[in-house]
Design a protein around this ligand. Structure first.
Ligand code: ADP
Ligand code: MG
Length: 697
């Protein structure tokens, strides 16, 4: 398809399609449902369902599915066809309002972290009308939330939607205080920059580690990596560019606003960014983006790796979560504004976010914790595991002036009064480029950079929304009761900055000195997933989620168990894959090389008794020593994984993997990688780092 405007949204039951297909009253009711989250009654739902079905059939769809996001982190779908038998033995195509609004599904095969023990196995999916239905693979996909019959959330969308309601409510209270009566709803907006690697199918299929785990578990460094900085924003190869175009077209058809594509820092690494949209839709769209990247890659004889760290020694892949809050009147609340009053409102929201990030820094860290992301965070390429907040120099200076009640400004320095004085215009550049900061103000939004490339963005946005909602609630309580609003506002901002300035840091997060400094400031440094998860049920976190009705304590507990469980399972698979590759591929390859070189020694000596065979002997002796070490390490790893499987408690088990299994995996890798550098290329059993990283030419 050439014409982008023609293909955009063709597979989406969006506003245009609804306007065309729905009777006027039904269309208006749908609009209200989408805007205010009002429920659609069943008669109207019947009308919508029938129109949706006709539209979908016209586009070639035969099935429908409730499309949802269980806690596996990926999407799930169960396809039902539209056909319904008639009395005369024929079929008609049917789809009712009931089927649109609610679906039943067996919840027992999805992770529930022990919740299953307390509720029955059935779950249901409930339509999220604010995210448009779309057609994928001849199937009408209806974005839904997934809950148990007892109402416990079993997915990632439910809590996100709950958190959006909370921030809406509290932000409206605050806006009212500023005299903003015309705003009726506030939504968080999200734009997700997605990084990924692209390699050929040919090399992928020869690597068991990539196949089973999405990352390489062995591999000596290639002579060339990313040190020349020649890939970042470099010209895009034809093959990649064709792939990117195809991805764009598929995403545009699905209404995803794919916008920017470029090469990233590491060889074979790229990025795709859409134009931002409402948080829950952005989360759905990011799931679709990840799926399309992988599907389209296959069509091009390529494989898209979404793993956070597919290769040691070159950058891993992250996902930047750009976040802001907007009103239904189209105002971005994180835009500093044009008048002192707008500035004051901006500063209030800004300080709420500062407080929220400081108060709930552990939760932010937890929301990005996976075994894969542990390889990135703090590895000198991604933000450190310490959460801090980057404001840029200008804004920091302003907050400092408010906080210390000191003079501010150029020639005529005076005390900065919130709501009275104008803030200077920030140039975007000075607020923009601190790549090492986990949470950075970038002019009119925040960029959270700790997310790994494979993650769903729902968890982190649930945390940000809820934490900011909670903070705004406290602010609104204080301001609503104030005698003089302007005084109270000024004091509130000053007090908030005073209490939370420890989280503000504009410096280099990769620097060793920051770790010490952060410790002095009392900031958390949760280095890995088990350590992070040990804070999940901290009292303040349970309180935050339960009081805001995002998660009950039971739901939280179950989420923690699920995260621990998948951490353990993942590392277990990695360890088993290493054992298999070492035993069946690496050690045999090394032995066969040793054998041939040894034979050469004998042959040479037979032919020329005085000939020098020191090179051959050195190879044989180094490699047999390494083969023997590898063999020992494999046996030890084997026995450690067996032990890990006997540890019943998930947290203990995760600790065991962290402290015993992972170090042994690293040891085995070191030995095998060294053997790789000494073994003749033709003997090595699978593609090397050089082969893989430069496979797409
Ligand atoms: P960069 O990270 O290079 O500075 P941009 O600032 O242009 O790039 O945008 C990065 C991402 O942030 C894009 O996905 C963009 O749509 C998104 N974004 C921009 N404004 C907002 C906003 N108000 N809310 C959420 N995301 C936004
Ligand atoms: Mg960015």
């Amino acid at each position: 398809m050439n014409n982008i405007t023609d293909c955009f949204g063709t597979m989406v039951f969006d506003d245009t399609a609804m306007r065309k297909k729905l009777p006027k009253e039904t269309y208006d009711a749908m609009r209200r449902t989408i805007k205010d989250g009002k429920r659609l009654d069943i008669e109207l739902a019947n009308v919508v369902a029938a129109a949706m079905k006709d539209w979908a059939i016209e586009k070639g769809a035969t099935h429908y599915t409730h499309w949802f996001q269980p806690m596996t982190g990926i999407t799930a779908e169960k396809h039902d066809s539209f056909i319904s038998p008639t009395k005369d033995g024929k079929v008609i195509m049917e789809f009712s309002g009931k089927e649109l609004v609610k679906g039943e599904t067996d919840a027992s095969s999805f992770p529930s972290g022990g919740l299953r023990a307390t509720f029955e196995a059935r779950g249901y999916t409930a339509w999220d009308p604010s995210s448009y239905a779309f057609i994928k693979d001849r199937t009408l996909c209806i974005p839904t939330a997934f809950c148990s019959y007892g109402g416990e959330a079993l997915d990632k969308k439910t809590p996100l939607l709950r958190s959006m309601e909370k921030i809406n409510k509290q932000a409206l209270r605050v806006l009212k205080l500023f005299g903003n009566e015309s705003v009726t709803s506030v939504k968080t907006t999200v734009g997700v920059e997605q990084e990924y690697f692209l390699i050929t199918k040919e090399v992928y299929e020869k690597r068991k580690d990539l196949f089973y785990t999405g990352r390489t578990l062995f591999g000596a460094k290639a002579p060339k990596g990313q040190e020349l900085d020649d890939h970042y924003f470099g010209s895009i190869k034809d093959k990649v560019s064709e792939f990117m175009h195809d991805v764009d077209v598929e995403l545009w058809k699905l209404g995803v606003l794919a916008k920017t594509e470029h090469n990233e820092a590491a060889p074979a690494q790229h990025e795709l960014a859409p134009i931002f949209t409402t948080a829950n839709i952005a989360a759905d769209h990011n799931q679709l983006t990840m799926e399309m990247l992988q599907t389209v890659a296959k069509r091009h004889g390529l494989v898209c790796l979404l793993h956070e760290k597919p290769f040691a020694g070159v950058n891993g892949s992250g996902k930047h979560n750009n976040w802001s809050i907007s009103t239904d009147t189209g105002i971005n609340l994180l835009e500093p504004g044009e008048t002192p009053y707008e500035n004051a409102q901006f500063l209030l929201f800004l300080s709420a976010i500062i407080k929220a990030v400081d108060d709930y820094q552990e939760l932010l860290r937890i929301s990005v914790s996976t075994a894969g992301n542990d390889h990135r965070l703090g590895a000198g390429e991604a933000p450190p595991a310490i959460v801090s907040f980057f404001l840029g120099d200008e804004l920091t200076e302003i907050l400092n002036a408010i906080e210390s009640e000191s003079a501010y400004g150029g020639k005529e320095k005076e005390l900065l009064r919130v709501g009275v004085h104008m803030l200077p215009k920030f140039t975007k550049d000075t607020t923009d480029r601190n790549r090492t900061s986990p949470f950075a103000f970038t002019g009119n939004k925040f960029e959270f950079r700790m997310l790994g490339s494979a993650a769903s963005v729902s968890d982190v946005n649930t945390v940000i929304n809820t934490a900011v909602a909670e903070t705004l609630k406290g602010f609104a309580d204080r301001l609503e009761n104030a005698e003089c609003f302007e005084e109270a506002l000024h004091d509130l901002i000053r007090d908030t900055v005073r209490a939370h300035k420890r989280i503000l840091f504009n410096g280099n997060g990769y620097d060793e000195s920051w770790v010490k400094e952060a410790e002095k400031r009392g900031l958390s440094n949760l280095r890995n997933t088990p350590e992070a998860l040990s804070h999940f049920l901290d009292e303040k976190n349970v309180k935050l989620f339960s009081e805001n009705k995002i998660f009950s304590e039971t739901e939280l507990r179950s989420r923690k168990e699920i995260m621990l469980e998948s951490y353990c399972k993942l590392i277990n698979i990695e360890a088993l894959t290493m054992i298999e590759m070492a035993r069946k591929e690496i050690i045999p390859a090394v032995i066969s090389y040793i054998k041939d070189v040894s034979k050469t020694i004998i042959n040479v000596k037979n032919a020329v008794p005085n000939a020098l065979t020191d090179t051959e002997e050195e190879i044989v002796s180094s490699l047999s020593a390494l083969a023997s070490k590898a063999n020992t390490a494999v046996k030890e790893l084997d026995s450690l994984t067996a032990t890990a499987n006997t540890v019943a408690d998930n947290a203990d088990c995760a600790d065991f993997y962290l402290n015993s299994v992972i170090p042994k995996m690293a040891e085995l890798r070191r030995i095998c990688d060294e053997a790789e550098t000494l073994t003749a290329e033709s003997y090595w059993p699978f593609p090397t780092y050089g082969d893989i990283l430069f496979s797409v030419r």
